[in-house]
Design a protein around this ligand. Structure first.
Ligand code: SF4
Length: 755
């Protein structure tokens, strides 16, 4: 008999490559790339092939759990669990207001669809504050993008003549479709160039034409010097700047004062190398740039986000092939970044709220206080903040101080162990799901993947949980939904009319739209796709905003059909993803915020920071902590903590601490030795790997290690170091509050020495 292959997507990074899975019983016997997938076209890296370790992990939860007095958990039935979650949340809301309930997470790398139902529940409860892992990475970047372009932008490396990566190693962290193929294509093309700024000689850096192996944490100095050289030596596209940049005069004046030689010395790069980069940009037809955690979790991160974008802006690589562009969105937000949220600062510490998110490092201090506005309850979904946020001990303490908490996850994670109630979710291959990381231009695509196996008995898909909790809370009167159900049975056109009338009559239901669509439109959708109901509303938003681009993508409505329904049907029907918008390059301007086709570089806050950069330290090490630790490096077999089974790693099973040959020789260390690493936040024992890719003084631990997982005897074991046992809450960007996980001062001690 021919083996059965089922289509889905990899969930281990934001690329969400299309895959085919050969399912035998409940086992994923083999996995291969899906050549028909609209974006990835058959591409995968090695990680996708090991997804059976996620799907059939021994750590899967199969029952809701309730915390006992002694801190352990006991299984309870679903009706009890839903009732107790509703009662716990209602108690906090009624006594202290919805703002006392804090929402964290809502989706991992590939399960964003069901987070929309969780957000609707939170909105119905009056929750005002939320956060997720983006607030420890990309909120500074989001603020910069909003101020410069009014929208999120993405590079088009397929087309770029010069590709620049700043604190980014796409070979391991990907971040754009078929990353390795693209890197190799650039490396093999003598007409194109790759520039990498990274203190480590990563695989991407090895492929680069120019690798600036700078001192850790000095990217701002390096970029400022390159920009100053571009201005000094005439490598700026003066015509583009004149036509399309809003008041660059202050920027140019600040850049003219940059002490290039001094900054080159600070970042330990020869001025001639910086001049080579500036000159290569100046000669290029197109330039695309990309940043990642290497700089987003390091000193001057928001300033670096601003400076690296100036490279392509001053080059004029916007709204043309091979540049950086804004894009459409398949989401409730429409086509641009959300307007400034009502809540600009967190209620206790006054931390700046960016992109609607409270900085992750501030969360424990919003709880561990007697402030009347402190958070007293948490809803945590598909996230493991006790493991993934700075200072795990502090986050554990904060969760213990809450009046109530509910965690939704597939496994008994480090965070679930602190929760009042744990709700076991069906895995990402047991329900329909999707990623909203659809960030592409000129073609943008969306992929709704379907269940590959039945839900593990005892688990539930998140939309059903959220709807049941909302109904237990009485957030809406089910009887009021009957006309919508009747209309949905009659057909989509009737439903569209009834839905518009319902929302006009019940504006209080607007925040609950996902839940209402699930209960009314959902039952009329094909088997297993009830959870896709919220996409109907999003499809209509796309149709309203981009009708021409939808038609250009090949989606047209039949007679009597609305365009939004045509998009929705295309998404439901496809097993390989759908291109939902196709823009012309010049239309990038329509996706940016400015109506006058001008990009904004005159950012007072960033220009002040650039002016004062010379006063900032070059190094943050000391005699006590002489090393810079990158706490949480992405490697071949790390993927946050989505896969908890340590046996999934084919290489680097212990998650070794990488150290340079020079530093190892000085300390008498060889491969496989064990040392204690000590930081201001804690200490841990680790195995050592001596490498020739690190700078002296720079050491690195991988991400995703140090999680509990049962072995074949049911005994829990922990492999490797959990990086956030070593980090602290106060080590962060002074503007965005993003942590400096990639720049933690540290020392090494022989095993046995006092910590
Ligand atoms: S880890 Fe990322 S690049 Fe690798 S297969 Fe999965 S989605 Fe694709």
């Amino acid at each position: 008999m021919e083996p059965v292959w089922k289509k889905s997507a990899c969930i281990l990074c934001e690329s969400n490559c299309g895959i085919e899975i050969r399912v035998e019983g409940r086992e994923f016997a083999r996995i291969r790339g899906n050549k028909a997938h609209v974006e990835s076209k058959g591409y995968t890296c090695e990680k996708a092939l090991r997804l059976n370790h996620y799907q059939n992990s021994r750590g899967r939860l199969t029952s809701p759990m309730r915390r006992r007095e002694d801190g352990t958990h006991e299984p309870i039935d679903w009706d009890t669990a839903i009732a107790e979650v509703a009662a716990g949340l209602a108690r906090v809301r009624d006594e202290h207001g919805g703002a006392a309930i804090f929402r964290y997470g809502g989706g991992g790398q590939g399960n964003h669809l069901h987070g929309t139902y969780g957000q609707a529940l939170a909105d119905g409860l009056g929750v005002r504050y939320r956060s997720n892992a983006i607030a420890q990475e990309k909120t500074g970047e989001a603020w910069v993008e909003g101020s410069m372009f009014g929208n999120h932008t993405r590079p088009e490396f397929d087309q770029a003549e010069v590709a620049i990566f700043v604190g980014k190693n796409p070979w391991q962290s990907h971040g754009f479709p078929h990353a390795r193929t693209t890197l190799k294509a650039i490396a093999n093309d003598p007409e194109r160039s790759m520039v990498v700024l990274d203190p480590k000689r990563t695989k991407s850096a090895e492929l680069a034409d120019i690798h600036l192996q700078l001192r850790p944490g000095t990217d701002a100095f390096c970029l400022a010097a390159i920009l100053a050289i571009m201005v000094r030596d005439g490598h700026v596209n003066a015509e583009f700047v004149d036509r399309h940049v809003d008041d660059a005069s202050t920027l140019f004046a600040v850049l003219a004062d940059i002490p290039i030689d001094d900054y080159a010395e600070r970042c330990d790069i020869a001025v001639t190398d910086l001049e080579a980069v500036a000159s290569r940009i100046g000669r290029a037809e197109s330039v695309a740039t990309f940043e990642d955690l290497g700089i987003e979790q390091a000193p001057n991160s928001t300033l670096v986000s601003y400076l690296q974008r100036l490279l392509f802006v001053l080059h004029g690589s916007f709204a043309k092939p091979g540049g950086n562009h804004p894009h459409s969105w398949f989401s409730r937000r429409g086509s641009r970044l959300r307007p400034t949220p009502e809540q600009k600062y967190s209620p206790v510490t006054g931390a700046r709220v960016l992109a609607g998110l409270i900085p992750c490092n501030s969360i424990p201090d919003e709880i561990l206080t007697d402030h009347p506005d402190r958070f007293r309850a948490m809803i945590i979904e598909s996230s493991n903040p006790v493991h993934s946020l700075a200072s795990a001990p502090k986050f554990r303490e904060a969760m213990q101080a809450l009046d109530f908490s509910v965690v939704i996850d597939v496994a008994m994670t480090e965070t679930a162990r602190q929760a009042t109630i744990v709700l076991p979710a069906s895995s990402q291959y047991e329900k329909c799901e999707a990623s909203f990381f659809n960030f592409h231009f000129p073609d943008n695509a969306f992929y709704l993947r379907k269940a590959v196996v039945d839900p593990l008995p005892g688990t539930m898909a998140e939309p059903e949980m959220h709807v049941r909790i909302a109904e237990a809370l009485g957030l809406y009167d089910d009887g009021e939904l009957q006309p919508l159900r009747d209309a949905a049975e009659a057909g989509r056109a009737d439903f569209a009319e009834a839905y518009a009338a319902h929302m006009a009559a019940h504006p209080e239901h607007e925040p609950l739209a996902a839940l209402i669509l699930y209960r009314t439109l959902g039952p009329t959708l094909p088997e297993g796709l009830q959870g896709a109901a919220i996409l109907w509303e999003m499809a209509h938003k796309i149709a309203d905003l981009h009708p021409e681009q939808v038609a250009r993508a090949g989606i047209t409505a039949n007679e009597g059909q609305l365009l939004g329904d045509a998009i929705f049907d295309a998404v439901l029907d496809s097993d390989d993803g759908v291109i939902f918008t196709r823009h012309e390059y010049d239309e990038a301007w329509d996706l940016a915020v400015t109506q006058d086709r001008r990009l904004r570089v005159n950012n007072t806050r960033m220009l002040d920071k650039l002016r004062d950069l010379g006063d900032q330290p070059t190094t943050y090490t000391s005699d006590e902590f002489p090393y810079v630790l990158a706490a949480g490096e992405r490697r071949s077999f790390t993927a946050n903590v989505i896969i908890r089974d340590p046996d999934w790693r084919k290489t680097d099973p212990q998650g070794a601490l990488e150290i340079s040959e020079a530093d190892a020789a000085e300390r008498g260390l060889v491969d496989g030795d064990r040392v204690r690493i000590v930081t201001p936040g804690g200490s841990a024992e680790t195995v050592v790997a001596v490498v020739d890719t690190m700078r002296s003084g720079h050491i690195a631990l991988p991400n995703g290690m140090g999680v509990e997982h049962p072995d074949e005897h049911g005994e829990h074991r922990i492999v490797g170091v959990s990086p956030n046992e070593l980090t602290t809450l106060d080590w962060k960007d002074d503007f965005a509050g993003t942590p400096w996980h990639k720049h933690v001062p540290a020392r090494l001690e022989p095993i046995g020495a006092d910590a």
